[in-house]
Design a protein around this ligand. Structure first.
Ligand code: 7RM
Length: 631
């Protein structure tokens, strides 16, 4: 049985096998990895609880599969190419042998600082090789990593540390992002004032800014690695032990800690990496996502390293020093496969072709898109100007909770169609349901996207609160995993994701809960109440529109708006900055006190003439006032 799909016919055969006998299918795939002990049973599942286990009884360490397994054959091959924020700083390259040594060394550092199997370790770092080293070192000692995106504020960081009760934080003094320096350690210090579980902080020196080191708690990365050897026997783990926690926004409350476990995640990320991108020996793969998001976990670190690939990590941003940076990096490192987000494509498209023209881009073979629907215009721009009509585009649909790509073309194998994620990968059984939960059979239908059968990297739980996992994903439609996305199936059975059907929005590719943004806004002492909705935005996909009520009824509101932006920055981070803030006297509510978001969405879209049924409004005058002040 082979791991790789080489033709559309093979895809169809594999798909059929995966549905007819999933256990046999995935056992064959899992057999391609190194296990200390093989599993006793492939799968047990129940979507009502939910309770899903894969490769039960299997024993392994994922880092032996990412690193040790490759040493004999490709020890001297580059594992990670690191491109710094500034094009003038030196590139770093780590071979598999070097990466193995550094991961072992840092595993010793973690152990020396009191970390052990099962501990939760928070990683809050810039995009430097040490971030990947820290992630893998956690996995090597059997600790659970929780990477927090470096753009989150101290308060979001503290929430995540507290939810997982992390006892160790790995950070850096600061990080470079374009022309900005982010004072990471200062943010960590502020967060730790309210995080009693944290006993140790390991800090990498990156920018050299002065930082405060609390004695007994804070140690420097460079001091610690000097004391550590490069040998570390990987901890033997159970297939269903937790590998990581990654926080994602939901429609209510604080972010949820999505939990992935080792065996299934390993098999699925490697399988999808190799098949979707059709990765070939010695190619350079570049995923532009930050490791703070799931895409960075699965397709910058784990998928490529499990496959013995060369993965490129970029510290900076697409527009620094200018909007040609992505294309210059592609030429510089002869990137073969490039995987980015529609929001980046659209923003670079808007900068004009002069930034693309100086570059050859002739190393490219495959282009990928992830994070949100890619509109046809951006798809064509990408295909013509970056791919030179010579590279298949894989529009990959998946989620933090799915661990890996679920619906996507296989590069060069599946016939693509702009704005369609096309077909489910082997092992994936999507269904579309109507609002009442009836399965929509056949083609040319549109409904809510659900999954009726588990795949190896499905979410196992939400950390510390299994009920929440049940409620968020397995309760709306009994017996199914519900994605939260709307979706169409066309006449050929191709899938097109239409967007979220709940109160979360994708802003520049970042998933944000409107409730979460409201909570941040409400931290402002003068804000009595707020309501946040999304509106369509040409570049970001969605923009953030906030309706707020000011306690003092201020009329000159410019100052208030600035303060609100600063508050959101402080309590969430710059990614949640509202694009539009409208100060209102009241919010449209039903008689039972529920905010009628449908109406606010229409107003935010500028569609005030079609507010729909407003008969259940408690006070229709509120809506008239909001309409007049709409931005
Ligand atoms: C990987 C990631 C998940 C949500 C998901 C969708 C949207 C992601 C696509 C897409 C249309 C795509 N994880 N989404 N990929 N929509 N086409 N190719 O993004 O947890 O951050 O977000 O993103 O709404 O539910 S995520």
């Amino acid at each position: 049985m082979s791991f790789r799909i080489n033709s559309f016919e093979e895809y169809q055969n594999e798909y059929t096998k995966s549905v007819e006998n999933p256990e046999q299918f995935w056992a064959d795939k899992a057999g391609h990895f190194q296990w200390r002990k093989k599993w006793d049973k492939v799968l047990e599942w129940n979507f009502e609880k939910p309770d899903v286990k894969w490769f039960i009884g299997g024993r392994l360490n994922i880092t032996e599969n990412c690193l040790d397994r490759h040493l004999a054959e490709r020890g001297d091959q580059t594992a990670i190419i690191w491109e710094p924020n500034s094009p003038n700083e030196e590139v770093r390259k780590l071979t598999y042998k070097e990466l193995h040594e550094e991961v072992c060394r840092f595993a010793n550092v973690l152990k020396n600082n009191g970390a052990k199997k099962g501990d939760r370790i928070c990683i809050y770092m810039p995009m430097v090789p040490e971030l990947a080293i820290a992630v893998l070192a956690c996995a090597r000692i059997g600790a659970i990593h929780s990477v927090v995106f470096g753009g989150f504020s101290f308060s979001s960081l503290a929430d995540r540390i507290n939810d997982a009760e992390c006892n160790l934080v790995v950070t850096a003094d600061g990080g470079y992002r374009g022309a900005k320096d982010i004072p990471l350690k200062v943010i960590v210090d502020e967060a730790l004032q309210i995080c009693p579980s944290v006993k140790k902080v390991v800090t990498l020196k990156r920018t050299g800014i002065a930082v405060n080191m609390q004695s007994g708690r804070d140690v420097w990365w460079h001091d610690e690695v000097k004391k550590a050897t490069t040998e570390f026997v990987a901890e033997e783990m159970d297939s269903e032990d937790k590998l990581f926690i990654l926080y994602t926004s939901g429609s209510t409350g604080k972010p949820k800690g999505v939990v992935h476990t080792i065996g299934g995640y390993m098999v699925y990320t490697a399988y999808t990496f190799q098949n979707v991108f059709q990765y070939k020996e010695a190619e350079v793969f570049w995923c532009t996502a930050d490791v703070g998001w799931v895409t960075g976990h699965s397709y910058l670190i784990y998928g490529p390293l499990l496959s013995g690939a060369t993965t490129l990590m970029f510290e900076g941003i697409p527009t620094f020093p200018d909007a040609g940076r992505f294309w210059s990096v592609i030429d510089k490192h002869k990137v073969n496969i490039f995987y980015t987000a529609p929001t980046a494509i659209r923003s670079l498209e808007a900068m004009g072709l002069d930034f693309v023209k100086p570059y050859k881009l002739d190393s490219l073979r495959v282009l990928g898109s992830v994070g949100e629907p890619i509109n046809e215009e951006a798809w064509h721009w990408y295909e013509e100007n970056i791919g030179k009509k010579n590279c298949p585009i894989v529009d990959t649909w998946w989620q933090t909770e799915t661990g890996g790509i679920m619906i996507s073309p296989l590069a060069g194998i599946t016939k693509t169609k702009p704005s369609f994620a096309t077909l489910p990968l082997p092992g994936i059984q999507p269904v579309l349901l109507d609002e009442k939960g009836n399965v929509l059979e056949g083609n040319n239908v549109e409904g809510r996207l659900c999954m009726k059968f588990p795949w190896p990297s499905i979410i196992r739980t939400t950390y510390g609160n299994h009920e929440r996992c049940h409620d968020a994903y397995f309760s709306q439609f009994k017996g199914y995993y519900f994605t939260g996305d709307g979706c169409k199936r066309d006449e050929n059975g191709y899938y097109r994701i239409t967007g979220r059907v709940d109160d979360v929005i994708k802003v520049s590719g970042h998933l944000l809960g409107t409730a979460e943004i409201e909570n941040a806004i409400n931290e402002h002492p003068d804000i009595v109440e707020s309501a946040v909705v999304g509106f369509q935005h040409d570049i970001k996909g969605w923009g953030i529109y906030a309706f707020v009520i000011d306690e003092h009824g201020r009329t000159d509101t410019d100052e208030l708006k600035k303060e609100i932006i600063a508050t959101v920055n402080k309590f969430m981070g710059a990614i949640a900055k509202p694009d539009k803030i409208q100060v209102v006297k009241g919010l449209p509510k039903t008689r039972s006190g529920k905010i009628m978001r449908r109406i606010l969405r229409k107003i935010a879209e500028g569609d005030v003439a079609n507010l729909g049924d407003t008969s259940t409004l408690l006070d229709p005058a509120v809506v008239d006032e909001i309409k007049l002040g709409a931005i």
